[in-house]
Design a binder for this molecule. Structure first.
Ligand code: MSP
Length: 534
């Protein structure tokens, strides 16, 4: 099955990908960066394929948790979130996140759409007023039933380890239960809708246990979007937040140019979310869309958590790793590489300074960086600095065959969101190229005038394999592929390459003059990282 974005008329494939919108309740840590870097790699991959790509991220700024945090900091909520959001935007700049739009739920363009959505659902009879009594966790901004709370150890929310609160409010309710069968049917018909399969099974079991109507308004605080026909109420923050995926691209927008954006990109191809918020995206969100008579997104992918030895990274636990500190130490490319290579996408993965350093030195400094240094140095020494013309009879085809295999595997992995496997495939080619140098020993070929044609073919293969590697790395690394491209002697911007056309062997022109330079990933000695810095 092909999972790529949908084909529109004229054969252009469009691809719309989103991250969750982050709570600006605190500075973001490397766990948040993980989701965004993964989405960025996928957006860059689809642009590389020439797809009409739209990548959305943003911030989820309303709700009780934010209002309480602002009060604790002695600030107005808007002032409080503005400061944190400015830091988030800076972090995404640093990590070179190539989003097409950044939506803030406090923006008028979003609030207007939330109100129109709420009104529409009310007019259709899918929202009604009743009394709510139940439990709430302000940290996950989620309602819990008696039965759920009974299963929580000491009445504490299992995700946040804090007591849930008792709520008694007059509220508006959304008829979630009415759509449960339709949703189950959709999940059965579209097995790719919720991924990985373990998350899908969890969701199916959850829905089969029966859905209760959802409380979609609150009255005991006011930091939110007012219900359009009853301003004592604010819209429940998850309904407000989920709407970002359509408000940002112009759903029900006043401006026709913006509405055109909606027709062009909706439905989303991938909603990337952490595993703990799959239920909001795979149950509440599709039902809201059904009630609005909108098509459902292609895939909701729930990735795992980045955990430390002390557990899931969270501000509450005080065990967060600051992405800026890691970028200072290893560089943005290496941090992005580590996150996406180390953790199989979908599973939990451990972060440790040792693992980061090992990956950096083994994969980037030794394998990737050395391949470039060794091969450009040999081109200078044995070929007067220019890539030689290969001779067909002397070409053993080893790297050519593997490059073709890896290019195909890479494409398949990226389409199936197997980011770590895609990187492993690229590194397989890098590793083989290094081994190829040892096997063919170009320094010996160079000593024997009768073997000049073999030397030329070996050197050409090495450089050509690296051209393809540089292109495949562009979704993952924003800076290094350009440096590779330059040192290989190639002109123009590597990001202007198109995939899979760039994978065709033989595009590196013979005669290209290499430009040897500084190591792209200089080795980092363990000793430089002081214990006190950790
Ligand atoms: N605001 C909601 C999302 C609304 S989307 C309509 C929210 N925000 S969040 O800031 O708490 O989390 C955003 C994302 O960051 C989630 O996908 C979450 O899983 C991810 N992560 C937060 N900590 C993480 C790790 N330690 N590891 C991996 N991802 C983590 O939920």
């Amino acid at each position: 099955m092909c999972y790529t974005g949908r084909r529109r008329e004229g054969c252009v494939i469009k691809f719309y990908i989103t991250t969750p919108i982050y709570y600006p309740s605190d500075r973001l840590h490397i766990g948040h960066a993980y989701t965004t870097v993964a989405a960025d790699a996928l957006a860059r991959f689809h642009r590389l394929c020439g797809h009409d790509t739209f990548f959305l991220t943003g911030t989820d700024e309303h709700g009780q948790k934010i209002q309480r945090k602002a009060a604790a900091a002695g600030k107005e909520p808007q002032e409080f979130v503005d400061e944190i959001v400015a830091g988030i935007v800076k972090l995404w700049e640093r990590l070179r996140i190539s989003y097409d739009d950044f939506i803030r739920t406090t923006e008028p363009r979003h609030k207007a759409v939330v109100q129109r959505v709420f009104q529409r659902l009310y007019d259709r009879g899918d929202i009604y007023k009743a009394a709510y009594e139940g439990w709430y966790c302000a940290d996950c901004e989620a309602f819990y039933t008696e039965t759920q709370v009974a299963g929580f150890p000491e009445g504490k929310c299992p995700d946040h380890d804090r007591p849930v609160e008792r709520l008694r409010e007059e509220s508006y309710f959304f008829r979630l239960s009415k759509y449960a069968d339709r949703l189950l049917h959709h999940i059965e018909e579209h097995p790719e809708f919720i991924q990985p399969a373990s998350r899908r099974n969890e969701m199916v079991n959850f829905i089969r246990q029966g859905l209760e109507d959802l409380c979609v308004s609150r009255t005991t605080f006011d930091w939110g979007v007012p219900v359009p026909f009853d301003d004592k109420h604010v819209v429940y923050v998850w309904v407000d937040a989920l709407t970002n995926y359509i408000s940002a691209i112009g759903y029900l927008a006043g401006d026709p140019a913006l509405r055109e954006r909606f027709d062009r990109y909706w439905p989303a191809d991938v909603h990337l979310v952490g595993k703990e918020i799959v239920r909001f995206h795979a149950v509440i969100w599709p039902i809201l869309l059904m009630a609005l008579e909108l098509p459902l997104p292609g895939r909701v992918f729930g990735h795992g958590w980045l955990v430390l030895e002390s557990g899931k990274m969270s501000k509450a636990r005080g065990n967060v790793v600051d992405p800026h500190v890691l970028c200072d130490r290893y560089g943005v490319d290496a941090v992005r590489y580590f996150l996406l290579r180390e953790i199989p996408f979908g599973a939990d993965g451990f972060y440790s300074e040792d693992a980061m350093l090992t990956r950096y030195n083994a994969d980037l400094a030794n394998d990737l960086g050395n391949l470039l240094s060794r091969s450009t140095a040999m081109i200078e020494r044995f070929c007067d600095g220019a890539v030689p013309e290969p001779v067909a009879a002397e070409d053993d085809g080893v790297l050519r065959a593997l490059a073709a295999e890896v290019a195909e595997a890479f494409t398949g992995h990226m389409e199936r969101l197997e980011l770590s496997d895609a990187l492993a495939a690229i590194m397989r080619l890098v590793g083989r190229a290094n081994k190829y140098i040892d096997e063919t020993a170009p320094w010996e070929l160079n000593r024997d005038a009768g073997r000049a044609e073999r030397l030329a073919s070996v050197m050409y293969s090495l450089m050509e394999a690296q051209r393809i590697v540089a292109v495949m790395l562009t979704p993952f690394m924003p800076a290094a592929p350009e440096r590779f491209w330059y040192q290989l002697g190639l002109d123009g911007d590597v990001r202007a390459q198109r995939w899979p056309a760039a994978a065709r062997w033989g595009q590196l022109p013979a005669g290209t003059r290499v430009r040897r330079g500084e190591p792209v990933f200089p080795r980092i000695e363990t000793a430089k990282i002081g214990v006190e810095e950790r």
